[in-house]
Design a protein around this ligand. Structure first.
Ligand SMILES: *[C@@H]1O[C@H](CO)[C@@H](O)[C@H](O)[C@H]1NC(C)=O
Ligand SMILES: *[C@@H]1O[C@H](CO)[C@@H](O)[C@H](O)[C@H]1NC(C)=O
Ligand SMILES: *[C@@H]1O[C@H](CO)[C@@H](O)[C@H](O)[C@H]1NC(C)=O
Ligand SMILES: *[C@@H]1O[C@H](CO)[C@@H](O)[C@H](O)[C@H]1NC(C)=O
Ligand SMILES: *[C@@H]1O[C@H](CO)[C@@H](O)[C@H](O)[C@H]1NC(C)=O
Ligand SMILES: *[C@@H]1O[C@H](CO)[C@@H](O)[C@H](O)[C@H]1NC(C)=O
Length: 853
């Protein structure tokens, strides 16, 4: 049987894609991942293969050859398949949208993917499109397209340009990458999208501007994506591949007044109806949730329309097509038009796929699709044609009906109960931080560039080229490297470690050019000579502010800090600067004293630079030399209140060591926090701060009282109204599942239990104890729970309210249910008795009233 062949051929891919297969998997009709499938079954259902549906007709090939007569669908005598059709009113119209999904880094780096796979996807799709004017294709990731463009010969570029003009090749989304929607700040999303669009504009003009976003693979979708990156960015639609399974089931079954997977998304409370976008979850059940009912991978599942050959199957393909179209129509609000995304990760390449050994051809896809379109239209039950999301949305706009309006986001995304795409919210925090900081540096650099008219030629410090060039600025390379790292397998943290390292290295090396530019721009503003301004931004072990090492400020008696505020309003910040010596005073630009504080560096922080020491192959002497070189020359951190930095402006602060600083340098020994606490811990179970009095911290409006014994917030007073509220904070946790599925870099998979979090900090005893009083171990995987109702920001823009297991706008809010996982934290009294919880007591369910965990 041909199906067996498919299975065999797909197995190598599956092993490679294992991480995603589980996630993407094989979805049932409701979009829920079918768990517990054997590998061959998984491969079968991710392939979208022919045999999935039971035919509604008797197949020609099963009939008696002597009596079956002519084949049901005769091939065209000239062997030219008719694919010229378009929408037909009164029929189910199937918009066939060929696409590939190319991660700009995941299992291998962006350049490795390009060299081994994506070059061939783009190059051969262009040849295949040029062979037939009816064929269409959409392309998303401009970082890849730009790489192809740089390598393509002129004639191939001219072909691509013609295809774009004829709208056979359409850029959709058009970002430098397909960004993550959970971790980037909105500025990073705007920057990388803009960069991709600028490339398209530069080479193809304004007519080629993407009209829709196509965020098919990111793991959940934010309101900011809907209003800022879609509506406000001039894009009229937003499609994606996966949504929460409970949400999808509800819509599939048309419950709670829902109808299908498309709606109008109004993501901004401030902008309201002025920023709406047409949003849709692709119906596809295939790989990733963003491919459709069929794929032509490998050599198994081809459309065979020649009755002279064995395995004639075009009648079965048409039958499957018609069944699938009718099934989808029964779950689509405007049943007359439906979109089928055809393709998945790295598909449509005419090359041996080196990592999996299978061949996924552009020719193969189009030859099969040409036939399908021809025969399906010959059948006439439904109407099929090549299309794009833009053409599809044009048809949707003509529908005389009303779409549902939604204002909430698609977070967190769950494939099943206990199976959340939220592990990645915290994965690879160092890369997340690096991208966040780099985004801010980029914004400042661009402003300084414009304000001081500083050119790349003046900066004269070209980056090693890490990304295709879009503009001529000294920020161009940096923009490209930060942009590619906002990818949904980039700063999200779901990629391999070496790919993470690749992003970090790209950013770091391109940032050096930008720092040189910033240095020059700032020296121009301050009328200083070139080279007077230094950075300590962590491109070398001895110059890394985030481990309190800064060559420019240590071993000095005085230095000036220049602080640029890129925001449109004035801000106050605290700068932390490593210095030598314990007595410093700081003045602002006009000589007024500025509040500052000097804190000794602890031993642990001082040791951090030594982590850069690789002593392999070094002699003892060389090790000692390397240690001396790496050793932090700072012994204190100077904290300066940079008050009222002017909007989009520069302020300077002068720091000078006080006269007696040499004495001070030796004076206060670093505080051994860990050691003292360890002693305290040994001496008694009581916390180290047991004897201390309560601490009160206040502003003009609020006064907060922290418990002297536990250090935790105890009460809050509104000084204006005089009202005092008692508070108790404890942290909860979900115990991570250790079987399958289990929590990892992408997923959070609680095992169904939860409790207060065991804490093993030396200065605070464990919160959770067994019933006999022994502290619970702290080596279990866990997910911290921080509340029943809380608010999160959406990419640094508007806030979104989140509530556990409640009803919201008539819909279920999708979270791990409380009764099952949180040991009944709705019982406020029990929740405050850790010992009861530690003993695993289950409490009754009911409405949750407790708002801290
Ligand atoms: C091709 O198909 C379309 C409809 O799908 C039809 O309108 C057109 O007449 C056909 N052309 C030929 C040459 O058969
Ligand atoms: C079209 O396909 C459907 C599904 O296989 C079948 O029931 C119907 O008879 C076909 N119609 C024609 C005209 O071939
Ligand atoms: C749109 O639908 C409304 C209500 O169903 C109907 O009254 C109206 O005639 C329709 N308009 C068009 C152009 O079909
Ligand atoms: C410090 O920042 C650099 C780059 O910005 C990053 O690679 C490194 O991991 C960070 N170090 C720590 C300790 O966070
Ligand atoms: C948490 O998970 C660990 C590891 O599977 C298990 O040993 C432990 O019993 C679980 N704890 C609770 C409270 O369920
Ligand atoms: C929650 O409690 C209900 C009723 O006690 C029970 O049927 C259900 O299985 C529990 N878990 C979930 C996930 O709802």
């Amino acid at each position: 049987m041909s199906e067996i062949m498919i299975v065999r051929r797909l197995l190598p891919t599956l092993a490679l894609l294992a991480q995603r297969v589980r996630a993407n998997g094989c979805h049932d009709a409701a979009g829920k991942v079918i768990t517990g499938l054997a590998q061959p079954e998984e491969s079968f259902c991710t392939a979208g293969a022919l045999g999935e549906e039971t035919p509604t007709i008797e197949l020609f090939r099963h009939k008696d050859p002597k009596t079956r007569g002519e084949a049901p669908y005769p091939f065209p005598p000239d062997r030219k398949y008719n694919t010229s059709g378009g929408p037909v009113s009164g029929k189910i119209n199937v918009h066939l949208v060929p696409h590939t999904h190319d991660d700009t880094g995941w299992q291998v780096t962006v350049d490795q993917y390009f060299a081994s796979e994506v070059f061939y996807v783009i190059d051969t799709v262009i040849t295949t499109l040029a062979a037939d004017p009816n064929r269409k294709f959409i392309y998303v990731e401009t970082a890849f397209f730009a790489r192809w463009w740089e390598q393509a010969p002129d004639e191939k570029r001219a072909t691509a340009t013609r295809l774009v003009q004829r709208r056979q090749l359409e850029f959709i989304n058009g970002g430098w990458c397909m960004h993550d929607e959970a971790s980037p700040l909105w500025t990073a999303m705007v920057d990388q999208t803009t960069r991709g669009h600028q490339f398209i504009f530069k080479h193809f003009g304004p007519e080629a501007a993407p009209k829709g976003t196509w965020q098919i693979d990111p793991f959940g979708h934010s309101n900011t994506q809907a209003w800022l990156l879609s509506a406000e960015a001039g894009m009229e639609s937003l499609f994606w591949g996966r949504m929460d399974w409970q949400d999808r089931t509800m819509r599939y079954e048309r419950k709670q007044g829902t109808n299908g997977f498309e709606w109008v998304w109004q993501g901004s409370r401030s902008l309201g109806s002025s920023a709406q976008t047409f949003a849709g979850n692709l119906f596809g059940r295939g790989a990733g949730g963003y491919s459709s009912w069929f794929s032509f991978e490998g050599s198994g599942a081809q459309v065979n329309d020649d009755p002279a050959l064995f395995d004639y199957n075009v009648d079965q393909w048409v039958d499957k097509f018609v069944q699938n179209a009718r099934e989808q129509a029964s779950h689509t609000q405007d049943a007359e038009h439906q979109i089928w995304a055809l393709g998945s990760d790295f598909q449509y390449q005419n090359a041996d796929q080196p990592r999996s050994g299978i061949r996924v051809h552009a020719d193969q896809w189009y030859r099969n699709l040409d036939k399908l379109i021809h025969y399906v239209n010959l059948n006439g039950s439904v109407n099929a044609f090549y299309s794009t999301p833009s053409l599809y949305v044009d048809q949707k706009k003509r529908w005389n009906g009303t779409y549902e309006l939604r204002t909430d986001d698609i977070f967190p995304l769950a494939d099943d109960s206990h199976n959340y795409w939220s592990g990645y919210f915290t994965s690879r925090p160092a890369l997340k931080r690096q991208v966040r900081f780099a985004t801010g540096v980029l914004a400042s650099a661009r402003q300084l560039e414009v304000v001081t008219q500083t050119t790349a030629k003046e900066v004269d410090r070209p980056s090693a080229k890490h990304a295709p060039v879009v503009g001529s600025s000294w920020t161009d390379s940096f923009e490209g490297t930060v942009g590619v790292a906002t990818h949904h397998d980039g700063m999200s943290g779901t990629e391999r470690q070496d790919v993470t390292d690749d992003y970090a290295m790209r950013i770091s090396s391109s940032q050096k050019e930008v720092e040189a530019g910033i240095g020059l721009a700032v020296s121009k503003l301050l009328k200083l000579e070139r080279g007077a301004v230094s950075h300590c931004h962590c491109h070398a072990a001895d110059d890394c502010l985030n481990i309190s090492v800064c060559a420019a400020t240590t071993g000095k008696d005085a230095f000036t800090i220049a602080a640029w505020n890129p925001l449109a309003h004035s801000v106050s910040e605290v700068a932390r600067i490593p210095v030598s010596g314990g007595r410093w005073s700081v003045t602002d630009g006009v000589g007024r004293a500025v509040p500052s504080q000097v804190v000794p560096l602890d031993e642990r922080t001082k040791e951090l630079p030594l982590l850069y020491l690789n002593s392999f192959g070094l002699s003892t002497r060389q090790v000692a030399e390397a240690k001396a070189r790496l050793e932090n020359k700072a012994d204190h951190v100077l904290m300066v209140a940079l008050e009222s930095l002017p909007p989009v402006g520069l302020a300077t602060f002068h720091a000078a060591a006080d006269a007696e600083s040499t004495v001070a340098r030796a004076a206060p020994p670093p505080v051994d926090v860990a050691g003292e606490a360890a002693q305290a811990g040994e001496a008694a179970e009581a916390p180290a701060f047991a004897e201390a009095a309560d601490t009160v911290v206040e502003s003009d409006v609020f006064s907060l009282t922290f418990d002297g014994a536990s250090g935790l917030l105890k009460s809050l007073t509104n000084k204006r109204s005089g009202a005092t509220t008692a508070l108790a904070i404890s942290w909860g946790w979900y115990n991570s599942s250790v079987g399958e599925p289990r929590s990892e870099c992408v997923f959070m998979c609680p095992d169904g239990t939860a409790g207060p979090i065991p804490v093993d900090t030396p200065w605070l005893p464990p919160v959770a104890r067994h019933s006999d009083g022994r502290p619970m171990p702290n080596n279990w995987g866990k997910e911290v729970i921080a509340g029943h109702t809380w608010y999160t920001d959406s990419n640094g823009k508007e806030m979104v309210k989140r509530a556990g297991a409640s009803l919201k706008d008539g819909e279920v809010e999708f979270m791990e249910p409380l009764n099952e996982t949180m040991c009944g934290c709705n019982d406020i009294h029990a929740a405050r008795r850790p010992s009861a919880l530690a003993a695993g007591r289950k409490l009754q369910s009911g409405p949750a009233v407790f708002s801290f965990w």
